[in-house]
Write a protein of this length. Structure first.
Length: 303
């Protein structure tokens, strides 16, 4: 099958390579020339602009967009909308807000263009392991794209699925990331408790390896945790500053909108905010309150 790929960051480049190795013809474009050259070396067909990419595809065209969510995605889709012809399809495989995907689908539909939103998970391991893909859009269009999904997935018959109409793919991926936040937080807290029990002098890597097999808490995240702990259990060179991509926030906001209690996901998001504080004013105020009502001692700032 033939596909255009716009955006050759790490995931886009790996997806391109997996598609080429799977026998698909892939035309690529990126603003960074070096990444286009690397994709060409892997067997992809280079283009020097989005217009050139569209010209090198045979109708009906399928163009997969893998650029950062927000304005970059908006700009690329608007440009493509002016270049493509009725019957062509735009696929957004990034982490767009599902509401934006619903709006973009309607905008493209007015031009007789199709839109498919694909929530994609797999990170840097997708090239070797395959990608989990949550797909939203017109079911008939998704069926046209089946060979692409079957190549990118861990196996043709698993790891990807049709979620529903436009927006459903990115909605499911949003909640997926919210759950991911909570799982990561639970592992992090559990290992901190283990590390704090000095009496046992626990080997945290050994604990992780033991949990990885047969345990009800085994998971790919635990596999990755074990790999990290094998290198340095003290995490000497890592600062405890944790970013959030936005999807955790969207998940919490959606839970509020739908009156659905989601305390664990919400708290895991809040803990990421805590990680970014060099000094917590709230913690200082808590210490001051304890001193006032109970006479508890406070620790003074050094220096």
């Amino acid at each position: 099958m033939e596909l255009g790929m716009i955006g050759l960051g790490k995931m886009g480049a790996n997806m391109t390579q997996r598609l080429v190795e799977g026998g698909h013809r892939v035309v690529v474009y990126d603003r960074v020339l070096e990444t286009i050259q690397a994709a060409e070396d892997a067997g992809a067909i280079p283009s020097d602009s989005m217009a050139d990419l569209v010209d090198k595809l045979t109708a009906p065209r399928f163009v997969w967009v893998m650029v950062p969510a927000g304005e970059p995605t908006e700009s690329v889709i608007e440009t493509l909308a002016a270049l493509l012809a009725p019957g062509d399809t735009v696929i957004d495989g990034g982490n767009s807000n599902y509401k934006d995907s619903m709006r973009r689908a309607e905008m493209l539909r007015e031009r007789d263009l199709h839109f498919v939103d694909v929530g994609t998970s797999g990170g840097i391991w997708g090239l070797a392991e395959g990608y989990s893909m949550m797909v939203g859009g017109d079911k008939a269009v998704v069926e046209w794209l089946r060979p692409i999904f079957e190549t990118l997935a861990p196996a043709p018959d698993n790891g990807w699925g049709y979620m529903g109409t436009n927006g459903a793919g990115h909605f499911v991926k949003m909640v997926h990331n919210g759950v991911e936040y909570a799982l990561m937080q639970a592992y992090a807290e559990g290992f901190e408790i283990l590390k704090a029990k000095k009496d046992f002098d626990l080997d945290l890597h050994r604990v992780a390896e033991t949990w990885r097999y047969g345990s009800v808490v085994r998971s790919w995240l635990l596999d990755l945790t074990a790999a990290v702990l094998a290198e340095d259990q003290e995490l000497t060179d890592i600062r405890g500053w944790v970013a959030d991509s936005g999807e955790g926030r969207w998940t919490v906001a959606e839970a509020i909108d739908q009156d659905v209690p989601a305390p664990v996901i919400t708290l895991s998001l809040q803990m990421r905010f805590v990680s970014r504080q060099e000094k917590s004013y709230a913690a200082k105020l808590l210490a001051a309150m304890r001193k006032e009502f109970g006479g508890h001692p406070v620790m003074k700032e050094s220096g």
